[in-house]
Ligand binder design. Structure first.
Ligand SMILES: Cc1ncc(COP(=O)(O)O)c(C=O)c1O
Length: 413
């Protein structure tokens, strides 16, 4: 198959050969043009939760597309965006209820950063300048999102364009406490991937870490932004990861799984305190930000259908079943001499494999990917971090098969 014309994401095009061309995707499986069936072991970059081409979401998309498609959200409202905002306010913790729509995970983060910065500016709190982030963080590829992400291979070339942040060690409560003791009054906002850092290597934090962050921010008047682009919508085992810490952020970023993985949509949802800071007599205090496709009705309709499916299909119970299969097999991975840090949470199973120098450019994970792909499983390790994150509709049989393939490929490395 030729790839002429497509510049693939995160790909060195010089040596690139695509794995195949997808002609159909149903449930947890992809079908390629040569007839091969491939299990989608990473939910197509962490977006697919109920399975590919779910009939309920497909129907919602089709119905909405026939009713009306994109309409400008600056001057008009519409049902799908209003209902989705209402529905999210119901299921989100605390008073998170003001929904700003954008297009993807990165834009939801850009919006969150700009929102907290302008919220301070609007109230003459310009002294609160510090933006705090964590080592290993990944929040996206736009310039603001790169600025709050860990510096390294993803953003090396852009260092001079990125704004300064305070980067603290992830999952380190004493470091957090001592930072706040010294600088708490200068902090504008902290941004964190709660419970699991995704692209940084599936690094886990304890719920206590998130709870302490919540407490410190409250105590020092700092905002905190939960980036749940990956962890949200069941991926960490609960609807939102912050719920496991009984923590309520001031702003939450949601994307990826919100439409069930069917259409791009980003949401930045804040509490009334932040929202109120933008209210004023004229436009100067308003949030002068927006995107052409803001609040896309078709994507909102897909999201509403996807949220209904969480109820109808008891999706979180399915996630719990997936976690229990991980629990069942973890000791077999731990027994291998070349693996470490076997861990699982919600729909994610991850471990590190020895072989290269570690980190994103370590080629070891790629060898495992190639081996399991030959047998029909698609995974995409992050350097030497190998992980499985299938759609929640995966059958127990398919899940056990996938884990078995990964175990065998890792053992035979
Ligand atoms: C936690 C987190 N935030 C933001 C993003 C960026 O999302 P997108 O790729 O949709 O721009 C990602 C993508 O993986 C992510 O994992």
């Amino acid at each position: 198959m030729t790839t002429t014309g497509i510049w693939h994401p995160f790909t060195q095009m010089k040596s690139f050969e695509p794995l195949g061309a997808v002609v159909e995707a149903k449930g947890a499986w992809l079908t390629l043009s040569d007839g091969r069936r491939i299990l989608d072991g990473i939910s197509s970059w962490w977006v697919t939760n109920h399975g590919h081409s779910h009939p309920k979401i497909a129907k919602a998309i089709s119905d909405q597309a026939h009713q009306f498609d994109q309409v400008i959200l600056a001057d008009f409202g519409h049902g799908p965006a209003a209902q989705l905002a209402e529905r999210l306010a119901d299921i989100l913790p605390g008073e998170l209820q003001h929904v700003f729509y954008s297009d993807d995970g990165s834009t939801s983060v850009e919006v969150a950063i700009k929102m907290t910065v302008q919220a301070r500016a609007n109230q003459n709190e310009g002294h609160r300048k510090r933006i705090v982030t964590f080592d290993g963080a990944y929040h996206g590829d736009t310039v603001g999102a790169m600025s709050v992400s860990a510096r390294g291979v993803f953003n090396e070339a852009f260092q001079h364009l990125l704004f300064d942040v305070d980067s603290l060690p992830y999952n380190d409560i004493p470091a957090l406490q001592s930072f706040f003791a010294e600088h708490g009054a200068e902090v504008n906002a902290v941004i964190v991937e709660p419970l699991i850092q995704g692209a940084g290597g599936m690094r886990f934090s304890t719920p206590d870490f998130i709870a302490e962050l919540d407490r410190l921010c409250e105590q020092h008047g700092a905002y905190w932004i939960a980036d749940e682009v990956m962890t949200g919508l069941g991926r960490a085992g609960t609807m939102f990861a912050v719920q496991q810490a009984n923590a309520v952020p001031d702003v939450i970023c949601v994307s990826k799984g919100i439409t069930g993985g069917t259409l791009p949509l980003g949401l930045t949802i804040c509490n009334p305190e932040i929202y109120a800071r933008f209210l004023g007599a004229d436009k100067s205090q308003a949030f002068l930000h927006g995107h052409s496709y803001t609040g896309n009705p078709i994507a909102c309709a897909a999201a509403l259908a996807s949220l209904e499916l969480f109820q109808e299909e008891q999706t979180l119970d399915r996630v719990a079943q997936i976690t229990s299969r991980y629990e069942h097999i973890a000791s077999q991975f731990a027994a291998l001499p070349n693996t470490k840090n076997i861990r699982y949470r919600g729909g994610i199973f991850a471990y590190e494999v020895d072989g290269g120098g570690g980190g994103y450019l370590d080629p070891t994970g790629r060898k495992i990917r190639d081996k399991v792909f030959e047998q029909g499983l698609y995974i995409r390790p992050l350097g030497n971090t190998v992980y499985l994150m299938p759609p929640f509709c995966i059958s127990t049989e398919d899940l056990d098969w996938a884990l078995g393939l990964m175990l065998e490929a890792t053992r035979d490395l």
